[in-house]
Design a protein around this ligand. Sequence first.
Ligand SMILES: Cc1ncc(COP(=O)(O)O)c(C=O)c1O
Length: 427
Amino acid sequence: MVAGSRESRRRARRHLTGAVREQAAGRRPGRGSAGGPYDPELFGGEVAVPRVKVHPAVLLGRGGGEAAASGPDARAGAEPRGRRRGRRVPGARFSIPQPDIGTGVMTDTAQVTLEDIREAAARIEGVAHRTPVLRSRTLDALVGAEVFLKCENFQRIGAFKFRGAYNAAARLSPQARAAGIAAYSSGNHAQAIALAARELGTSAVILMPEDTPRSKKDATAGYGAEIVTYDRYTGDRVAIGEALAAERGLALIPPYEHPDVIAGQGTAALELIDEVGALDALVAPVGGGGLMAGSATAVKGLVPGARLIGVEPEAGNDTQRSLAAGSRVAVPVPRTIADGLAANIPGELTFSINQRLVDEIATVGDDEIRAAMRLVFERLKIVVEPSGAAALAALVTGRISPVPPRVGVIVSGGNISAQRFAELLAD
Ligand SMILES: Cc1ncc(COP(=O)(O)O)c(C=O)c1O
């Protein structure tokens, strides 16, 4: 996690003070209605940001100074704290605390491993669902391959996000966990953290833009989380989230820039290969890149020759461009129906993993995503949200060539309201 500058933290506190705080108490549990958009203010502007590897300790909010975002010893087995120096990132509005490892460069050993994913799988067993793998003859014929759909729309909270959220929350030290968890998200990660906290017998505070649709706030509050809102047009959700976590002594779990979140997300691909055997390729959607980083680590660890194919919306191909450029590139904040994939710059940790393991990125348009949603609804009778249909859309529209003979697809989520689903499929 990046640390905000003194000024941005001061601004963040101001926002917090004026924020509307909504108590969850008394709300009935409900299901989410949609994956939330990535807030543009999360990112540092439309600039190419030089690649900086950040030690996981930093991502976990254990960076030193005022900005340390997480509660004490946020991660179980945490190394002792040390002095961290802030480093200014050109074009970004914040400085990144540097790790105490001499050069400031993270080694591969600090990244996520197949073993981490196996451990995450053991940790989530019996709490997360082992989701079904669905097949369709029509689909196979259409694509000209054996297609295996790993259906995370059947995961708890309706998306794969519960895997990473629960794994990261369960990895907290007992003291940090007892102090409570904070997260910033208006989408699936919000509900995932809320449910993970409930499962672990602790509390969650979720920072959401004040104009988040009521249904999403209710779904998150329904799992027992407290919701704190901020103005998305003037506030920086990372800085406000860090200030909130610091003020209350909470462990901040970000949506993808976190090794335990990434390891948890990798468990879907692990289960898929465990169930169907070796694949020639895996196709997964890419937003901030956490799902892809975890999936790629699992698949390349188990089947080194498999092709890893990420899918982004045409308007939000930041990872595709970053891979081509060899460093993280920001694109204008994308307009797409796939709100969970609307990141405009890859995460630092996720990009460092994806750069090493992902073979290619395909892009899809909104109409192609809609067509894939319709296809799985009509043929497999399943409801998938736009972000969840993107990977399949790339496969059925011929954006992936050559077609891998045995291909796994992560259908990442199904959180969409009946009204929005009908609207998207109507035209
Ligand atoms: C349904 C769905 N699919 C895919 C993604 C992208 O995941 P990541 O940000 O880990 O790349 C998200 C993120 O919110 C999502 O909600």
